[in-house]
Design a protein around this ligand. Structure first.
Ligand code: HEC
Length: 292
């Protein structure tokens, strides 16, 4: 294909191909790097969130619960004894200031229907239970928005059973509040739920896309200017001199031996013109000899 083109067109086609390939590589690579960057930043945020949440539960379990159980052994007081109640309540308070951050303790078999796992959470919990994965992190879409999420499994232990075994063994006040349909039947060792933290990445990803668009625009403008410059160089240093040589050579072939090639540049075209002029002199001499 390239063979049948003029030199000018051929160089332009090659340069445009270089442009398309390099733009594709640069934008593709740039997008990958920026997305990784977003993931890293979001992961840091989720980890700080997770650490704060874990500290809250640890405080409850080590400082508050033993005392509550000591002072109020008969009282049902989940706000001070159930880590998950405290976590979900604390998360709600955080959400008042950062509504886009989502913290969830989800389960496919929940006491509180608000905690019912959505399809993504249910799949992840199932994979935890099967032992396929020990943790999950990545980008997910939730209610049409992009989030970075981390998830960790919540296995049941013996300590969970007195509330999550059967409605008959659980505290009546708890059963009254949550009903007797869901949230029971836990077996120690099973993964019964998962902790999910979602941080929004929409803004970060949008910024990344904006940066890439600016880059692609700048890169294209630069290439366009380069293309115009290269085109001018080809026209002035290759196309025009060759046209000149063609016109002089045509004239000479028609017998106008007084024509001479004049090239002002000092390059391959000049060498060609000099060779051509020498050939013309030899031709004139040969014709002179023949005509005698
Ligand atoms: C004192 C009773 C009690 C104990 C012990 C207990 N839980 Fe719960 N659990 C609850 C209550 C009450 C809720 C509902 C919280 C809410 O309203 O969000 C809950 C919620 C959950 C949830 C969220 C889904 C749902 O059911 O709403 C999971 C998962 C869970 N518990 C797992 C565990 C695990 C694992 C343990 C043991 C490490 C445990 N629980 C120990 C009372 C308890």
């Amino acid at each position: 294909m390239l063979k049948n083109m003029t030199i000018r067109k051929r160089i332009m086609v090659i340069l445009v191909m270089v442009y398309v390939i390099s733009l594709g590589l640069a934008v593709g690579g740039g997008y990958y790097v920026l997305r990784e960057d977003t993931a890293r930043e979001s992961e840091e945020k989720t980890q700080i969130f997770a650490a704060a949440m874990s500290a809250t539960t640890r405080y409850l379990l080590t400082q508050i619960r033993p005392k509550v159980e000591n002072y109020l052994p008969e009282t049902y007081f989940p706000e001070a004894t159930v880590g998950i109640v405290m976590l979900t309540e604390a998360a709600k308070m955080i959400q008042e200031d950062y509504p886009e951050y989502i913290f969830r303790i989800a389960s496919p078999n929940p006491l509180n229907p608000e905690n019912r796992a959505n399809p993504f959470e249910a799949r992840t919990i199932e994979a935890f239970d099967q032992g396929d994965i020990e943790g999950w992190k990545g980008f997910v879409e939730k209610n049409g928005k992009d989030y970075f999420a981390i998830a960790s499994p919540m296995p049941a232990s013996e300590g969970c059973i007195w509330c999550h075994d059967t409605p008959e063994t659980a505290h009546p006040e708890m059963v009254e509040k949550y009903g007797n349909q869901s949230g029971y039947g836990y077996v120690a060792g099973d993964v019964v739920g998962g902790r999910f933290i979602y941080v929004p990445t929409e803004v970060a990803l949008q910024q990344a896309e904006k940066k890439l668009t600016f880059f692609a625009g700048g890169f294209s403008l630069f290439f366009l200017l380069m293309l115009l410059a290269v085109d001018r160089i080809i026209v002035y240093s290759v196309v025009k001199p060759i046209e000149n040589i063609v016109s002089v050579a045509t004239d000479i072939s028609k017998g106008k031996m007084d024509r001479e090639l004049v090239i002002h540049t000092n390059d391959e075209i000049k060498t060609l013109a000099e060779a051509f002029n020498r050939m013309k002199i030899s031709l004139a001499k040969a014709m002179d000899i023949l005509s005698r």
